[in-house]
Design a binder for this molecule. Structure first.
Ligand code: IMP
Length: 276
């Protein structure tokens, strides 16, 4: 039987059939399973082939990593068995549900900050979407020391000098979404340039506290008037470059799921998570 330390966990190769086990530093078994190795005995193979054991360990590392992900366990924090909890730094129910759907398949136990009893209203004092997303995520991470996701989005209109921008949710202090949309339309009266873009920045803080930022941009123009009832916010006055001249609010919801700024940022984050 041969043993190897992986991320402070004991990994043992204990049978010629390729059985493996993994134990944490308390000696508790965490995972076991089998991988395929040549049919001859392991000891014999190791003597004959230089580097065989190293390759075997790499295979096991990958198998354990993937098994951990499937079971929502982390195998690499001080060799201790722990749940990979992911906290969504938001109180928006729609956003929380959306993020749960996306990230649970990655083996995370996805919880909202409310479910974790973290009652925190972080002041968005940043000067970019990236800074605001990071501020919110860091505040939750400092309380929880778990993985965190937060995002910050908005609409930037070129001829309005990038407004509403960071202030999209509270543009000019107006109370309703309709009033805020009308303020944008009024601001563009008499202007030829109606170019605009939605921006989303997602901040993911991993289990070691490292920040990862993913930005999605969706270009388009501002319509002449409000149209459509789907979506929210500025959707009734935004015509994306991917559409057929209709406002986003006039398109089926699946349209945004494919093309939107948020979809792009989420895709970038998923690509990163898959590569971890
Ligand atoms: P949040 O940071 O995702 O909460 O977005 C801030 C504000 O930006 C929202 O309240 C909306 O006014 C606007 N916004 C962000 N994303 C969208 C979108 O996909 N459609 C329309 N408006 C949006």
């Amino acid at each position: 039987m041969s043993n190897e330390k992986i991320d402070n966990c004991e990994v043992s190769a204990h049978s010629p059939l390729g059985g493996y086990g993994m134990a944490d530093n308390t000696g508790n078994g965490i995972l076991s399973g089998s991988i395929s190795i040549p049919s001859r005995g392991l000891e014999e193979e190791m003597r004959e082939k230089k580097g065989f054991f190293e390759r075997l360990v790499e295979k096991k590392k990958a198998a354990i990593k993937s098994a951990c992900r499937n079971e929502g366990l982390s195998a690499n924090r001080n060799g201790k068995r722990c749940i990979m909890k992911l906290i969504i730094a938001s109180n928006n129910k729609g956003k929380i549900r959306e993020y749960k759907d996306i990230f649970e398949p990655f083996g995370f136990l996805v919880r909202s900050q409310g479910e974790e009893n973290i009652n925190l209203e972080v002041e968005e004092t940043g000067t970019t979407f990236e800074q605001n997303a990071a501020l919110k995520a860091r505040a939750i991470y400092d309380r929880s020391h778990c993985c965190v996701i937060s995002d910050d989005s908005g609409l930037e209109v070129e001829a309005l000098g990038g407004e509403p921008g960071l202030f999209s949710a509270r543009y000019k202090g107006l109370q309703t979404e309709h009033e805020r949309r009308m303020a944008v339309l009024k601001g563009l009266e008499g202007k030829d340039n109606r170019k605009a873009r939605f921006v989303t920045c997602i901040c993911f803080i991993d289990e070691t506290g490292k920040e990862h930022l993913f930005t999605g941009i969706w270009k388009g123009v501002i319509s002449a008037k409000e149209e459509g009832t789907n979506g929210f916010g500025y959707d009734p006055i935004f015509i994306s470059e991917d559409g057929n001249g209709k406002t986003t609010a006039s398109m089926p919801l699946s349209f945004k799921e494919t093309y939107s700024h948020r979809a792009k940022a989420v895709k970038a984050l998923i690509t990163y998570l898959q590569s971890r």
